[in-house]
Design a protein around this ligand. Structure first.
Ligand code: SAM
Length: 273
């Protein structure tokens, strides 16, 4: 019986593991090395089915390096790597190859930004480390503006290209009054900034450095920290305990998406004692 089952034709695996849409660009991640003609046929079908798209590219290789970028290859439509993406009532202009941006994190950014809104008061000092092209600082600034809360957001990012787009995006979303920039390595922020913050966002890159020591230097009693960790829950809790050594209170942790089989992005919140 089971010999017959083995002889049954097996369904062929799907050609691609998903389509990411950023603005009017579709990014396809193909499972294997298919012939370019098969990829092109699939890209043409995607372009035809998704009326908002003008370009379809193939993702080549993994997100890598400190700047968390990846390469793409043009498959069909306009030859263009820059686009404007709409999310949570904000617009984000970017180059998909030079800057990190994942449209899959849209809901996560909404949840965290709304939590920040609940905590923020007039003149609250908010720090966003690892800002990328600006989705967290801009979404928070827009919510604060809508609710007439005049707080001060400091935005930090290492990638010089992302910083150029971030500045354009702040103007595009009309929140220049809310956001100031301290560009460069987040670990050097305590040397550049004398302020202590009420709220610190750490949407970290998936690299070994937790940046928690730098964040603690810019904290005071009661500072609320929103931290992103990667891997297993135990690993994330262990790295936080190791790098905060009794300086924080109760930790709350929840899954915020998967990054690989059995590995997740974790959203962690805690307060400085
Ligand atoms: C996971 S991305 C998050 C970007 C953005 N917050 C978002 O949601 O799209 C992490 C960002 O951290 C930046 N980064 C990496 N190392 C850094 C460092 N040492 N200091 C500041 N930013 C850094 C990367 O360039 C990247 O834009």
């Amino acid at each position: 019986m089971w010999q017959n089952l083995l002889k049954l034709p097996r369904p062929s695996p799907p050609m691609q593991s998903g389509l990411d849409i950023i603005g009017d660009i579709g990014i396809v991640n193909f499972h294997k090395r298919y012939f370019i003609f098969s990829k092109w046929l699939q890209a043409r079908a995607i372009l035809k089915q998704n009326k908002s798209l003008r370009t379809v590219v193939e993702k080549r290789g993994q997100v890598s390096g400190k700047l968390r970028t990846f390469n793409v290859r043009h498959l069909t439509g306009e030859r263009n790597k820059t686009t404007t993406h709409k999310e949570n009532n904000c617009l984000f202009y970017m180059d998909i190859e030079k800057t990190y941006f994942s449209s899959r994190l849209s809901n996560e950014r909404k949840i965290v930004s709304e939590s920040v809104l609940k905590l923020a008061k007039k003149n609250s000092k908010i720090l966003v480390m690892f800002s990328g092209v600006g989705p967290y600082p801009i979404t928070i600034a827009k919510l604060l503006k809508k609710n007439s809360i005049k707080a001060e957001i400091t935005s930090n990012e290492l990638n010089t290209e992302a910083n150029k787009f971030m500045k354009k995006n702040v103007a595009l979303n009309k929140v220049s009054d809310y956001i100031k920039f301290v560009d460069g390595d987040a670990n050097l922020l305590p040397k550049k900034i004398k302020d202590k913050f009420d709220i610190i966002l750490m949407p970290r890159p998936n690299i070994d450095d937790t940046f928690l020591r730098a964040a603690l230097k810019m904290s005071k009693k009661g500072t609320k920290i929103f931290y992103h960790g990667f891997g297993t829950k135990e690993k994330v809790l262990e790295e936080i305990r190791r790098d905060t050594k009794g300086k924080i209170g109760r930790i709350s942790i929840r899954k915020a998406g998967d990054i690989a089989p059995f590995k997740f992005r974790w959203q962690v919140e805690f307060q400085v004692k």
